[in-house]
Ligand binder design. Structure first.
Ligand SMILES: *Cc1c(COP(=O)(O)O)cnc(C)c1O
Length: 496
């Protein structure tokens, strides 16, 4: 896993389709006038959020900026329609326009990711995972139970069949990535229902290289025999070899589920191809649509044909009625992601992450795994004598928005942590280049070097409080503003 030198391909317009600034300005001014006439405080909050987004150096790896076309699509009467069920099979009348919207979103998703089936109803990433879990259980457990009962459909099962099914559901196993190695709560951890539905075990990373150790994953899979082997992460700065993960799943008869919530944009933009593209290898792939994919807040499930029927039962199994306005915005965002410009964007996201990583490590920062080959960097801040909590606060005070994150085998635990997670999807949407990310790295190192933990009464060091050299926060804010002004968010969009 070597770092490549970032090419100097600056993207002139980060959005796949340049938007008409005058039209977007008129649309928003008029919309805010209509909203403000009913509840002016909400119109004000919408204006204030734009101002805040424009003026912050956003390095939160899970956030992005959707295009005005995606955002405007969500404000329509498609919201007023109930459409439980699936395309062409609704429990409500007069769903023809929702059928159009949902089919189009699903068609775009299938074409973009080369997936046999797409289900675009999930309201969020967590919902997409819940749909996937139930679909896998249904496909894996109902099918044999149905066959044994000589039944064709779940509705044909007797009470005794259901009882047998429930006891079979009792000890379902899931093997996923541990939280401190970068896994996600929904991969079988206690605060999420997955931790209660499944008997969970987790694989970590190699203590020396901090990289995924496939031999160890294989060993654990053979020992634990999971029903679901789950791959995917929120804070692992490297690619995953999904061909190997599928091999392991097949060896133990597990279903391979990949949660690509964070890196779907890199898959869509063909940065992750071959063994690193999860879609052909996973039985079921889930994602969010609002992170690197740059669509509306929502989720999606892609799957192999044998899981399609079970996945389509997501609503009403675990989902409420589909959100027509959001499925429409997914269709718009997926259409954008099918433009060749989106591949340039995705490549720039990855190149910018390399520039950020090199900028940090050349100035003495220690990176978990030594670098990155995706959209994020995990900086170990213990070398600055800080906890993740102190680093996060000192950076926010200086106008740089990141979030603290545990590092593998974190000495400061999950609350204070020892790392900050930095991602490039949002800044790249503003048109930031490699040189800009190097400057961002310089600002981050300056702030962290100038922060010191406050002494506690007993002579120890606080894990939360810190002091920052006088004037540094203001100077950093000014430097950040310069970068932001050079790359305005939604140029041409004027609400005044
Ligand atoms: C963000 C994320 C989710 C959850 O997405 P929500 O839309 O917030 O529910 C699930 N899985 C992974 C890996 C994520 O990074």
């Amino acid at each position: 896993m070597t770092q490549t030198t970032p090419p100097s391909t600056a993207i002139a317009n980060a959005f796949a389709q340049p938007f008409d600034g005058e039209a977007a300005s008129a649309a928003y001014r008029n919309a805010l006038q209509v909203i403000g006439a009913v509840e002016p405080k909400i119109a004000d909050a919408i204006r204030a959020e734009l101002a805040d987004q424009r003026s912050s150096l956003k390095l939160i790896a899970s956030e992005n900026y959707a295009s005005p076309a995606v955002l405007l699509t969500m404000g329509s009467w498609l919201s007023d329609k109930y459409a439980e069920g699936t395309i062409g099979h609704r429990f409500y009348a007069a769903c023809q326009n929702i059928d159009t919207v949902e089919s189009l979103a699903a068609e775009h998703a299938k074409a973009l990711f080369g997936a046999p089936h797409a289900y675009v109803q999930p309201h969020s990433g967590i919902d997409a995972n819940l749909v996937a879990f139930w679909a896998i259980l249904a496909q894996r457990i109902e099918s044999p139970a149905l066959a044994a009962a000589g039944a064709k459909h779940v509705n044909d099962l007797s009470d005794a069949d259901w009882s047998a099914l429930r006891s079979a559901l009792g000890d379902q196993r899931m093997l996923g990535m541990s939280l401190d190695a970068g896994g996600h709560l929904t991969h079988g951890f206690r605060p999420n229902i997955s931790g209660k539905m499944f008997h969970q075990s987790s694989y970590g990373t190699d203590p020396k290289t901090e990289l995924l150790d496939y031999a160890e994953v294989r060993r654990m899979a053979h020992e634990f025999k999971p029903l679901i082997l789950i791959a995917g992460y929120s804070a692992y700065p490297r690619r995953v070899n999904f061909a190997t993960m599928r091999e392991i799943a097949d060896e133990v008869g597990a279903t391979l589920m990949v949660d690509m919530a964070h890196f779907a944009g890199l898959v869509a933009g063909k940065v992750f191809t071959g063994d690193f593209n999860p879609v052909p290898f996973a039985h079921v792939t889930t994602t969010t649509t609002h992170k690197s994919l740059r669509g509306p807040r929502g989720g999606m499930v892609l799957c192999q044909p044998e899981y399609a029927d079970a996945v389509d039962r997501g609503c009403p199994m675990v989902l409420g009625g589909p959100l027509g306005q959001v499925m429409a915005a997914k269709a718009v965002a997926l259409a954008e992601a099918r433009q060749p410009e989106f591949a340039n964007y995705a490549q720039a996201v990855a190149d910018n992450a390399v520039s950020l990583a090199e900028g940090l490590s050349s100035r003495g920062g220690r990176l978990v795994t030594g670098g990155t080959d995706n959209h994020l960097v995990l900086l170990d801040v213990t070398s600055f004598g800080l906890t993740g909590r102190q680093a996060e606060s000192a950076l926010v005070e200086s106008g740089i928005v990141t979030n603290r994150n545990a590092i593998p085998r974190d000495p400061n635990g999950a609350w204070y942590t020892s790392g900050v997670r930095l991602g490039t999807p949002a800044l790249t949407s503003r048109g930031f280049t490699g040189d800009d990310l190097d400057r961002v790295a310089e600002l981050i190192v300056d702030v962290l070097s100038a922060a010191t933990p406050t002494a506690t009464a007993d002579g120890g060091a606080s894990k939360a409080k810190y002091t920052l050299t006088d004037g540094l926060a203001a100077r950093t804010q000014a430097a950040a503003s310069e970068l932001l002004d050079a790359h305005p968010l939604y140029p041409g969009l004027d609400l005044s």
